[in-house]
Design a protein. Sequence first.
Length: 741
Amino acid sequence: MTELLQKAKANFGTAPVFLTAISTILGAIMFLRFGYAVGNLGFYMTVGMIFIAHMVTIPTALSLAEIATNQKVEGGGEYYIISRSFGLHIGASIGIALYLSQAISVAFYIVALGEAFDPLIEWIDWEYGYYIYNKRLITLPALGLLIALMLTKGADIGMKALYFVVVILGLALLAFFFGSPDTAPDFNMSLLNNKVEGGDSFFKVFAICFPAFTGMTAGVGLSGDLKDPKKSIPIGTLAATLTGMVIYIFIAYKLAVSASPEDLDSNQLVMADISLWGPLVLVGLAAATISSALGSFMVAPRTLQALGNDKVLPNMKANTFLSKSKKNEPLNAGIVTSIIAVIFVWIGDVNVVAEIISMFFMVTYGSICLISFLQHFSADPAYRPSFKSRWYVSLAGAILCGALMVYMNPKYALIAAGIMLLIYFVLGKYTKEKHGIAVMFQGVIFQISRSLQVFLQKSSKESAEESWRPSVVCISSNSFQRFSSFEMMKWISHRYGFGTYIHFINGYFSKETTKEADTALKKLIKMAGISRSNVYLDTLISPSYTSAIAQIIQLPGISGKDNNMLMFEFDKNNPDGLSDIADNFGLIKSAEFDVCILGSSKKSFGYKQKIHIWITHQDFVNANLMILMSYIIMGHKDWKDAEISIFAVFPDDEKTQGINEIKALIASGRLPISANNIEVIGYQSDLNLKEVINQRSNTADLTALGFNTESVKGKHTELFLGYDEIGDVLFVNTNIEKVID
């Protein structure tokens, strides 16, 4: 009944919201299956079932009221809420499941309508000797009439029926409550515990009866047509939900004390037998099923049309077909809905159809509760609903939906989850919007990240010797000319480290440089997406390289811990920027950071198979950091087949001691370095170390060399030049010797 009221041109109050929801809640399940529930579970367990069901529906009603008062709900009702909260990608996946539940509901109510003809079938058999064995002879023509009516007359016909239906339902319930059949047992408290032996399980009964409680969302589409949505939606929705719960408890009590468990289990129309006047209950059943079928037939095509309007389906012709209207009615979407309804009416089993509907409704309700929880948790300033629920209520509703799906029917739950995942991945492949899971949870991720960073900042800091991992900041003005440093940061940040890559723009802060920085950042983010990098990206505008370094040194770490390493890069074939690095080395070391300087070559890390580490007795303090950095780089799949070789240069009289120390270091640190890949080279005064390195490491894909502060002061840029025969070189300087254990 959602959409039929949405078409009216009046400003509604709370009553239409309440009546729309209550007329759907008090429907076919109440008349046909609640006796079965009491017969199989007994009164107390049935009341338990009612309360558990409302532990789902009440959080959903609260969440729905909250979300609907934060935004105007347009065509598509619940789908509109979900898609505008989760994004079209995820919203469409859930929306398709929602549409299926609505379309199958049409069949469910028509099949239920067929049950109201049982007395008429018996009368025909008694009077004329003709028994209608197949109720499809009733339900299929009834569905055909409904389809013809809806495709020609549209939503206007349902508006006129709403108040009439509610009156009929009220009279039918009064006749039931005031009924007192001759066969009713004498009252005693033990009747409330009676149930059939060997009956169906609690969750099977729950799955069949759950659609009875799902009508509370029917008023959500009225948001744009209410005088005061922040008042009418919460009050109307919650009033209908709570009223329905109370009525169902009284119905369960009346059934338990008015008929035997065997009659309740076997007689679908037991409420008519108990009633003061049985035909009125049958009229109520017919009115309820017809009303609900009309409401479902109005809502389902509009949900499908909204999906088509959002162009979420892979085929554009299908989107265009479904989005077309005739006289403001979704004609083509109605045709598709008709086909689905015919298929499920042909199935003809109320229980089977009810279980399928329950699964899809659980998915929808769980999603609505999850939206509310995420909005609370993410603390988005744009989320300002007039009515507010509680985050723990919404979370409980979402969790319970998932748990109940499994308990009700694991097979159907698995099928529903499979369908959802299939739809999600298909839409993810073909749709242009790629919001996905990360965007859906971005507010939550932001809050978690903020909380963790504050916690880490407040916690006691571990010393570098006890627990060290690289938190690297890299600065480069050649981000789009040379990619070696960007790749290196990707490898370091993949698993063991954290990385921030800064694109440096030399100039003063202005409108033009800001625009240049924004363009550069977008390109970097695109590069990171293509390479699947975990590096945090940013840009920095500064009038000099020195001022840029001073600013970067003071940057907070993205992990919540302080940054501990700076990385620079230069081109070995054109080392113009190397002097800037060397000139500012004193400033860099004043921050007590580890420093890596990457000299890139045309080889660009080659085949990523060999890493050579060179250790000398003058800079043995850098050895552990070079080994750790090599191990961290090998943690990325690009280097999964690589091996590390260590070349140690020691005086001749210290060679044996040196190799033993390195082997002990490798063994104690459990590092993937073979003893066969360790070579000690004797140091001689006339040894030209650069020539030896060029000769031994000319096949290496990455060569790591240590250096110390005094060497930079003495040799300046010459310290990093002269390695023309080898590929990329990583020069490493540690602030404090690292511990490998």
